[in-house]
Design a protein around this ligand. Structure first.
Ligand code: AMP
Ligand code: MG
Length: 349
């Protein structure tokens, strides 16, 4: 066992066999005092749980290879899957990457908010090469969460902050989810309540060949296209990094998932939408939105998946979800949650 103190006031215990520190995480309401404490941990190279409007993030200095290496290690995330750098302003983001007219238009329309832009790095980009997975492009976002922006400002640097869960598992939308997944890996989790969107940001690449939608997310395609004044193309083959999250198993609960179900077989639990499957049988049933509202469904998606999975069912059956608006992001996450699992854990983030 190896004792070390390198991360502010974290409740720090030891480093485990991977050299990753083990902790007992404290959940603190995200007031000024807690944000100041979290910023000190970040500046010392440590990691904290950070609320955002999409999902809770595992935050570390995006400018530090060492902090970014810790993020990959704590999540068990493959280092070829690049991280998003989070900024507290458009001006701060624009210092690190070359935002073209389209990127600026999208940033004006949706920042601060749940849109990530991928752009060529600036010549003097300070973002860790490890965070970029060695690419000469950078994923950037100014989060809508005032807590997240206050933490970035207090840390004095952009933060890398992928979802605060083990790679490949269900994303966290509450501080308690982070504690359940990574509570032994970080010392402090800022709590700003449940995430308002509940699904990850939409990712749009703004590179030489024009804008491309790389990942559906909280900002619907319809809203992106309205801002652009025309249709947006999908990612060209090979344009997304070899990120396993692209189609492989991701967001996966322990139970198997069956999508677009009309009814529930004996012994299955139900993830319903708008009461489509209804209270068949005696099994557990949670409705993403009894009223059929897609925003409410997105906000409930990961929390409901976790709650159903906690009952240790063999099978979760999921009602059909309309594929418009936020439904596209919900269906994207569900398809990956239902995808065949690799033998050893998931692969994305
Ligand atoms: P997450 O896994 O939720 O943290 O989101 C990060 C997403 O942004 C992943 O799908 C990454 O593959 C994608 N991403 C990050 N950096 C880049 C980049 N430079 N080019 C393309 N996609 C990127
Ligand atoms: Mg993730």
């Amino acid at each position: 066992m190896h004792f070390r103190l390198d991360a502010g006031k974290q409740d720090f215990h030891r480093t485990d066999m991977d050299g990753v520190a083990t902790f007992r995480a404290r959940i603190a309401r995200a007031d000024e005092t807690a944000i100041t404490e979290a910023a000190a941990i970040l500046r010392a190279g440590g990691l904290v749980g950070m609320p955002t409007e999409t999902v809770y993030g595992l935050a570390g200095l995006a400018t530090s290879d060492a902090a970014v290496a810790k993020i990959y290690a704590v999540k068990g995330r493959p280092t070829f899957n690049p991280l998003i750098a989070h900024f507290d302003s458009l001006a701060a983001a624009a210092r690190e990457a070359r935002l073209d007219a389209t990127a600026e238009r999208l940033a004006d329309a949706f920042w601060p908010g749940p849109l990530t832009l991928v752009a060529p790095v600036a010549g003097d980009c300070r973002i860790s090469l490890l965070a970029r997975a060695g690419l000469d492009t950078l994923a950037l976002r100014v989060p809508g969460s005032a807590t997240a922006r206050a933490l970035i400002a207090a840390a004095g640097a952009p933060l890398a902050a992928p979802s605060a869960n083990r790679s490949g598992a269900v994303s966290p939308t509450r501080a308690e989810h982070v504690a359940a997944d990574l509570g032994d890996r970080i010392g402090l989790i800022l709590d700003a309540g449940p995430c308002v969107w509940g699904v990850e940001s939409t990712v749009v690449a703004c590179l030489a060949e024009g804008p491309r939608l790389l990942r559906p997310g909280a900002i619907s395609r319809e809203r992106i296209e309205a801002a652009l004044g025309g249709p947006i193309a999908e990612a060209a083959p090979g344009q997304t990094p070899a990120a396993p999250g692209a189609l492989a198993s991701h967001y996966a609960p322990n139970a198997l998932l069956r999508l677009n179900a009309a009814q529930a077989p004996q012994g299955a639990v139900v993830l319903d939408f708008g009461g489509r499957i209804g209270a068949s049988g005696r099994g557990l049933r949670l409705d993403l939105s009894p009223a059929g509202d897609l925003s409410e469904a997105a906000a409930n998606l990961f929390a409901h998946l976790r709650a159903l999975d906690a009952a240790r069912p063999a099978l979760i059956v999921v009602a059909p979800i309309p594929d418009r608006g936020l439904g596209a992001a919900i269906n994207d996450r569900l398809r990956r949650a239902a995808a065949p699992r690799p033998a050893q854990g998931g692969a994305g983030a």
